[in-house]
Design a protein around this ligand. Structure first.
Ligand SMILES: C[S@@+](CC[C@H](N)C(=O)[O-])C[C@H]1O[C@@H](n2cnc3c(N)ncnc32)[C@H](O)[C@@H]1O
Length: 282
């Protein structure tokens, strides 16, 4: 079967987008290849697409030409007033009998306020579907050639938000998390990495523990910087603060260099893409 024929057959199986319905979909971290068929079907049928800032232009380009594209939502730390007006807009658009696609970066239910939006739709009696997407913490690690789990290294992985790390009331117990000895993947951690790294070290993580900063994961401009916990704040400070950033702390980061060493001798066309690295030798 050709790729076109396979896609045609699969597209025949996705549900029809009915007027007055809302589809809350994840667009993945940027690469269009990480869209699901259901998200593509949403883009191809929606009358209006309310999208987060992190949804890449390459993804939005797949919307129907007649569709209205509405930017909705700041990158992170969205104030609740703004969130309320996004939920109200979803309800109003659906009540106007439009097919409403709410498109979020990554997965809509991972640090994306998708839960609040679905609750608002359910409360208003609007029919909706939730379409999962690849979350940045999973797709971004794979794109950076860092296995999320590696036998002999970790038995768990922690996805945490750095948002609120400076707050006395909302902050996570970073010292307790350090004591678990499992890798941590930080979303929205760049601004507070100094505090977080200090508290992880106070909880027992060694300053020499490997760490990586992944900017613009899965996008053409992706870059990966490898360092250690003691220097991660400095590395983040050197990075582009406008790029979405994931921070990975733990020994799984070392696997990237092991893969790079092994594939060095491979034919260039067989090598995985490990180019965008600025490694700090430690
Ligand atoms: C508001 S959260 C949304 C997370 C999204 N719902 C998900 O599942 O990936 C935004 C944060 O996700 C991370 N992120 C999203 N896309 C990314 C990308 N392409 N590269 C690196 N980090 C990304 C960054 O930490 C960013 O600050």
């Amino acid at each position: 079967m050709t790729v076109e024929a396979a896609l045609r057959r699969l597209m025949g199986e996705v549900p029809e987008f009915l007027p007055g319905h809302v589809w809350l979909a994840g667009a993945g971290p940027g690469d269009v290849g990480h869209l699901t068929l259901h998200a593509i079907a949403g883009l191809a049928q929606a009358d209006v697409v309310l999208h987060d800032a992190l949804v890449s232009p390459a993804v939005l380009a797949l919307a129907r030409p007649e569709a209205e594209l509405v930017p909705a939502g700041k990158r992170c730390g969205r104030p609740s007033s703004e969130q309320t007006s996004i939920s109200a807009a979803l309800v109003a658009e659906a009540r106007a009998a439009r097919r409403v696609l709410r498109l979020k970066g990554g997965d809509p239910f991972v640090f994306g306020r998708g839960g609040e939006e679905v609750l608002a739709l359910a409360e208003a009696g609007i029919p909706f579907r939730v379409i999962p997407g690849m979350t940045a913490g999973v797709a971004g690690l794979a794109a950076a050639m860092i296995p999320a789990t590696m036998r002999g290294i970790n038995q768990a992985i922690i996805f945490a938000t750095g948002h609120g790390a400076d707050s006395q009331h909302a902050s996570l117990n970073w010292e307790a998390m350090a004591s678990l000895g499992q890798p941590i993947v930080l979303y929205m951690g760049a601004k507070r990495i100094g505090t977080i790294a200090r508290r992880l070290m106070a909880g027992g993580m060694e300053p020499t523990l490997p760490a990586a900063l992944i900017l613009d994961a899965t996008r053409p401009e992706q870059s990966v910087m490898v360092t250690d916990l003691g220097h991660i704040a400095e590395t983040v400070g050197d990075g582009d603060e406008d790029s979405p950033a994931l921070i990975v702390i733990g020994r799984i980061v070392t696997v990237r260099a092991r893969i790079a060493d092994l594939v060095d001798g491979l034919r260039p066309d067989l090598r995985p893409d490990l180019r965008p690295e600025r490694a700090r030798a430690r």
